[in-house]
Ligand binder design. Structure first.
Ligand code: ATP
Ligand code: MG
Length: 490
């Protein structure tokens, strides 16, 4: 597509008294703009329209005849209803016809209504979209007027970059959330999941992560959320970061087609910005709702359910989406992906959670029991893993982190025994140390959304562990200066 350049004479403000000098560039400007719109229109739409007709209608889909040989799965058709057209996606094709599902949930069509093929869903993202809120089809829903369209229309469904051309992921990011920076440290271009049951604290942790420094843009996909939560998240939780955030919203009451499209649209915007050199933070809350929407669509297209009601295509759609996040090719920026995963009934082995965990570069597990103790963020550090820890932490920091983990494991394993009075101090010096230090570690890890972000989590924990140390009895004397040194003595 030809790129439009404003004539240089226009930018130099032509002399006001010279009519011909003023009209010539104006004419060339208008002709150029006309040429560009015609080229765009031709590129977007073929001169030949391919149509079919509705032969069967149900509450959530309809069948069309005459299009079987002309459309592909994932492409769209426009149903020319009375008074309005509805955009639908092709979800099944057979020799007799095609099955389509509408994006807006209601079908305004009768038998014989015409349907026109119109290609796949595309977006034309632009940097000026920062601060704006859109629906899954890229239409603004914030009442701030139309969006400026970017130069290139990009399909929402794309392949991830080729693995051998991707940059390595090794640039550390400080999120400012102590428990994350200590136990599951992140890199730019990493993809991590936040796994928890409902109401445990996923969205709150995501909103805290959205404030992390070092990103040029945050792209936020709110999928299947309650309508109330959308404004709360955008206005209260994001705060000042809203100006650098592009939000794509498909609430729980929208059609499964919109909920399935929203993360892909957000990914498409993030990819565009990454390919223009930006470091993007992509947040999807939640990817499970995307899987639910993909399940609804696949079942209504006739796929059989195979694992707990999920049809096979859901398990190929998930890695296809998640793999698109990550580092770009040489010279491009990166997409750091943070995906909330709602674990149905707190069962961390449900097939969707399992498939997502296997695809991502790490998982942060939130625990309802920890939330019930009022310890927020309720991260279970023993079940959480970042697969890039070695790229982020120094050898010294890794040792300290492992030591802290070991003490927490000891402390938690003996909790019941100690509550029943079955342990007497002095019997196990390692456990004595855990009993002394773990409550301080827990206290340091507490962080509410309104608390300031931490500048250096290791410094914070060092300060907490070495402050006001009581003199321990026996040989295992702890020095006040360095908790790392103190912990190594065990
Ligand atoms: N860091 C925190 N500090 C204090 N309270 C918190 C924190 N994180 C979560 N909470 C509490 O937990 C509640 C639920 O949190 P949140 O809405 O983030 O959970 P969720 O897992 O996203 O829920 P859902 O599954 O319904 O989307 C919040 O209303 C808040 O009271
Ligand atoms: Mg939530």
């Amino acid at each position: 597509m030809r790129r439009y350049e404003q004539p240089t004479s226009m930018t130099k403000s032509p002399a006001r008294d010279d009519d011909s000098a003023r009209s010539a560039p104006t004419l060339s400007y208008a002709l150029d703009a006309l040429e560009r719109s015609i080229a765009d229109a031709l590129a977007a739409r073929s001169l030949v329209k391919i149509g079919g007709a509705v032969t069967e209608i149900s509450s959530s889909s309809c069948r069309l005849s005459g299009l079987s040989h002309f459309v592909r799965l994932g492409e769209c058709v426009e149903l020319a209803g009375v008074g309005k057209t509805s955009l639908c996606e092709v979800v099944r094709i057979d020799a007799q016809g095609v099955t389509v599902k509408p994006f807006d949930g209601t079908l305004d069509a009768g038998l014989g209504t015409m349907a026109w093929a119109c290609g796949g869903v595309t977006l034309s993202p632009d940097r000026s979209w920062k601060g704006r809120t859109l629906n899954a089809l890229g239409k603004p829903i914030d009442g701030l007027g139309p969006l400026r369209q970017g130069e290139r229309a990009i399909p929402t469904d794309r392949e991830p970059p080729a693995p051998m051309r991707r940059q390595r992921v090794r640039k550390p990011i400080k999120t400012g959330i102590r428990v994350v920076d200590l136990f599951t440290p992140l890199c730019a271009g990493q993809r991590i999941g936040i796994f928890a049951g409902s109401g445990v604290g996923k969205s709150t942790l995501l909103s805290m992560l959205a404030r992390a420094a070092g990103f040029d843009t945050t792209v936020l996909a709110l999928v299947g959320e309650r309508g109330r939560e959308v404004r709360e998240f955008l206005e209260d939780a994001l705060g000042r970061e809203k100006a650098r955030t592009i939000a794509v919203v498909a609430t729980g009451d929208e059609s499964p087609m919109m909920r399935r499209l929203a993360p892909k649209a957000a990914m498409c915007i993030a990819e565009h910005l990454r390919d223009h050199g930006e470091n993007v933070l992509l947040i999807v809350d939640s990817v499970t709702r995307y899987a639910h929407a993909a399940r609804d669509v696949a079942l209504s297209a006739g796929e059989p359910p195979v694992a707990r009601g999920y049809p096979p295509s859901v398990f190929s759609d998930l890695p296809r989406l998640l793999e698109r996040a990550g580092a770009g090719e040489e010279g491009a920026g990166s997409i750091t992906g943070v995906f909330a995963v709602l674990v149905d009934g707190d069962d961390h082995n449900d097939p969707v959670a399992d498939s997502i965990r296997g695809t991502l570069d790490g998982h942060i597990v939130l625990d309802r029991a920890i939330a019930e103790q009022g310890r927020y963020p309720p991260v279970n550090v023993l079940s959480s893993v970042s697969r890039l820890t070695r790229a982020v932490l120094t050898a010294e920091q890794q040792k300290l982190m492992l030591k802290l983990r070991e003490m927490i494991a000891q402390f938690e394993d003996t909790r019941d025994l100690r509550l029943m009075g079955g342990y007497h101090s002095g019997a196990d010096p390692g456990l004595d140390k855990a009993i002394q230090f773990v409550p301080r570690i827990y206290e340091t890890l507490r962080q509410a959304p309104e608390d300031p972000l931490s500048g250096d989590a290791f410094q914070d924990i060092a300060r907490a562990l070495s402050a006001d140390l009581p003199e321990p009895a026996g040989a295992n004397r702890l020095t006040r200066a360095s908790p790392g040194t103190a912990l190594r003595q065990t």
